[in-house]
Structure formats: C-alpha cells, structure tokens
Design a protein around this ligand. Structure first.
Ligand code: OAD
Length: 235
C-alpha cells in the first residue's frame, strides 16, 4: 500500500483555525484570496503583513486536534506494516508537525517561516508577530532585505511539486481531508491518481468541487471521523 493524504483547511478547523472559503467572512473588508497575492504585497505590504502577522500570532494559541493526531498515529502504523505514507498539506499552520507527523509536505509554505526577498534566506520565526513592524533579514552578506511570509500566494508556484509527483505516481490509496477542491494543482491530484488505478476517498464537511474524482465521500468533521476512517483505510 502506498497511501497519500492531502489535507486542507478543514483538518485544522476544529482547532479553531479559520478555513478560507467556509467562513464567508471578510478580513478588514478584504477577501482573504485578495490579500494572498504578490500584487497585494507590492501594492500594500502593510496590509498583507498585518493579515499574515495575525495568522502567525494565532499559531501560539491553537493546538492539534484529533484529526491531526490520528494522521500522525496512522503514519506510525503504516510504517510498522511496511506501507508507504506521504502527507501533503495545503495548510500553512504547523499543526501536523506538532501532532507528530514526521514530514508533512507544505506545498503552500509555512507561516512559521519568513523568507528574504533580497537573498532568499529562509528562517523559522514564530515570535516576531507585531502587526505594525516589518522584519529584516540580517543574513551575512545580505543586510536588511525585507522578509515576507514563506507562503505560496495565488499566482506563485507551489513548493515541492517534484516530490509530490513521485508520491502520486506510486499511490494506491488517496485520501483528501478538509479541502474544497477549488485550488489547483492540489485539486487535480485526486483525478490523477484515480486514472492510474488508486482508490480515492474524500472526507470533508461539504462535498468539494472535485467530488466526481472520488470513489467515496465521507461527510462530517475531520476530528470526529478521521480516527475511524483511517483504521478502515488500513484494513
Ligand atoms: P477551503 O477553505 O477552500 O475549504 C475548506 C474545506 O474544509 C471545505 O471543503 C469544508 O467543507 C471543509 N471543512 C470545514 N470544516 C471542516 C471540518 N471540521 N472537518 C472536515 N472538513 C471541514 O480550504 P482549502 O481547500 O484548504 O491557498 O483551500 C485551498 C487553498 O486555497 C489554501 O491552501 C489557500 C487557499 O486560498 C493559498 O493560499 C495558495
């Protein structure tokens, strides 16, 4: 068995992290999608910085939920049985790692990392969360390059697509959890592995846009459903 799990905002919803599309809400009068772009950063860096600093600060007050923990436990069980396991997440929070997942692939980057726009240096930083204060690089030879959140914005290329392609090529069982199937390339993974013969399952609160590419849809809250569903997947 080669299991690939793709998670989205829904897996962290029960930890109190807002999803992108369910909230229906605006942030300071903006749609989150409109703030998460290189164009917004160029036009109004203070606005984008405030948006991300609020999310970076929120990391300190959220905890992994039963869904994150179930995925970490599943990874250990899969390894003990000799199965392959890859966890791909679109989420920029750090809850999978904090739950014990060993190597989540953050295809949309991570809030806990900042990247220098001048020299490209990346550093982990969860403490500089003042919404009014930009942070500069200070790497040797760089100086004061501006740091931006190391997240993938709309119009930018997701991270680690080569590794993801390799995992999808070998995949026999694919489970998408808590993702609306609206953002590509992630939304296309399901159809891709299914074409190659993998079994495809979706777990989410609402049917996602790419429902057609799934063999089975399990509605409900990930924190309630995932522990049992993952047992079933492994059987
Ligand atoms: P969305 O906000 O688009 O979708 C959230 C999904 O989670 C929906 O399908 C809900 O039905 C489901 N959901 C909500 N609460 C849940 C719960 N408790 N248990 C299970 N499912 C639940 O989030 P994503 O699909 O992750 O990209 O969004 C994909 C990407 O679009 C994000 O990574 C981000 C965003 O804009 C970038 O920023 C590049």
């Amino acid at each position: 068995m080669q299991v690939v799990v793709l998670t989205g905002a829904g897996v962290s919803a029960d930890s109190g992290v807002a999803t992108f599309r369910d909230a229906g809400g605006l942030w300071e009068g903006h749609r989150p999608e409109d703030v998460a772009t290189p164009e917004a950063w160029a036009a109004d860096p203070a606005l984008v910085w405030r948006f991300y600093q609020a999310r970076r600060a929120a990391l300190a007050v959220v905890e992994p939920n039963a869904a994150h923990l179930a995925l970490a436990a599943f990874e250990r069980r899969a390894a003990a049985r000799g199965h392959g396991f890859t966890l791909i997440t679109q989420n920029v929070d750090d809850l999978h790692a904090r739950a014990g997942s060993s190597a989540p692939i953050h295809m949309h980057g991570e809030l806990a990392r900042l990247r220098c726009e001048r020299c490209g240096a990346v550093r982990r930083d969860t403490t500089s969360v003042d919404p009014e204060r930009f942070v500069t690089c200070g790497a040797p030879g760089c100086g004061a390059g501006a740091l931006r959140p190391d997240v993938v914005w709309f119009g930018e290329v997701p991270y680690r697509l080569d590794e993801i392609a390799r995992a999808l090529a070998d995949c026999t069982h694919f489970l998408a959890v808590g993702t609306s199937g609206a953002v590509y390339p992630a939304a296309g993974f399901l159809a891709e592995v299914r074409r190659r013969g993998a079994r495809t399952w979706i777990q989410a609160l609402e049917p996602p846009d790419n429902l057609d590419a799934s063999d089975r849809f399990v509605p409900g809250r990930a924190a309630e459903i995932l522990p049992e569903l993952l047992d079933e997947l492994c059987r």
